[in-house]
Design a binder for this molecule. Structure first.
Ligand code: PMP
Length: 288
């Protein structure tokens, strides 16, 4: 596999960064995860926009233009002869000294990895996922806004560890005030009586690109789409619950904290959205 690193494509064995890179020392950097489906890059512009926004907020100047970065993504897929892939874009503050001071980092590190997509087991989509709520709360947005897709994912990893320790694959994270936020790497939705509900970004959730796609598709299906504060009670009593994310796409949830959701199997609205989602990934996207 060839990896783009600071201007050139190198073999993956040579794709290494310094131990003084502040991305490694402090998680000082930003990233994106993108999918391509059969030769089409899905929501490329949206992901590039979000990367530039994250970088702007942390005052990290990406040393490539948007067009150059888009070209690197396309080249990464072509060089590795990939049609369906997962692409990881990373920009770090670069090499510095052992202090925090970003001014000591002269040149950002940029790398792009395009790899075969690691698909989740099919039974996850057929049977649905069981979740638990964990004690680790989602970062307070006033302290570290989840809209910054940064290299510091410890908040999410701590929650993931709690889920794994309890024998589950994924966790629901609550806000400081006890409202539902999101899972460790996916947004959460509930369906109840023809309404599709998801927590608002201000409660401390990443404005997921799959989340937006699903909201658009749901509106086309005459579901009433709404952002609202949600409690665990709302989730327990929903007709359907599902998660969304670039890698996982749409994952049905059938049990939360021991409570069966709806019929206990993936529901009709979730299935219809999965179908519509599959269709857009086949028809929309940037060719390479
Ligand atoms: N929430 C978090 C915390 C994430 O890291 C991600 C992306 N993996 C998502 C939600 C889903 O966002 P997207 O649909 O843009 O992948």
């Amino acid at each position: 596999m060839k990896v783009y690193l600071n201007g050139t494509f190198v073999d993956e064995s040579k794709a290494t960064v310094s131990v003084f890179d502040h991305g490694l020392l402090y998680g000082d950097g930003v990233f994106e995860g993108i999918r391509s489906y059969d030769g089409l890059i899905f929501k490329l512009e949206e992901h590039i926009d979000r990367l530039f926004e994250s970088a702007h907020t942390i005052m990290l100047k990406i040393p490539l233009s948007r067009a150059e970065l888009i070209d690197v993504v396309k080249q990464s897929l072509r060089v590795n002869k990939l049609r369906g892939a997962y692409i990881r874009l990373v920009v770090t503050r670069g090499e510095g000294d052992l202090g925090l001071d970003p001014r000591k980092c002269a040149q950002p590190t940029v790398f792009v990895i395009a790899d075969k997509i690691q698909l989740y087991p099919q039974q996850l989509y057929e049977r649905g996922l069981e979740l638990i709520t964990v004690a680790t709360q989602r970062n307070v947005p006033e302290a570290l806004n989840p809209q910054i897709k940064s290299l510091n994912y410890l908040n999410n990893i701590l929650a993931k560890i709690e889920a794994i320790n309890a024998g589950y694959e994924e966790a629901i994270m609550l806000s400081h005030s006890g409202y539902v936020t999101e899972c460790t790497g996916e947004n959460i939705f509930l369906v109840r009586k023809k309404q599709l509900l998801t927590p608002p970004p201000y409660i401390g959730v990443l404005r997921g690109i799959t989340r937006q796609t699903v909201m658009d598709l749901a509106a086309q299906q005459r579901l009433h789409v709404r952002e609202d504060l949600l409690t665990r009670h709302d989730l327990f009593n929903a007709d359907e619950v599902f998660l969304t994310g670039t890698a996982a796409e749409i994952v049905p949830v059938v049990k939360i904290d021991g409570r069966v959701i709806g019929s206990g199997t993936p529901g009709p609205a979730t299935k219809k959205l999965q179908q519509a989602f599959r269709q857009v990934t086949k028809t929309e996207g940037v060719r390479y």
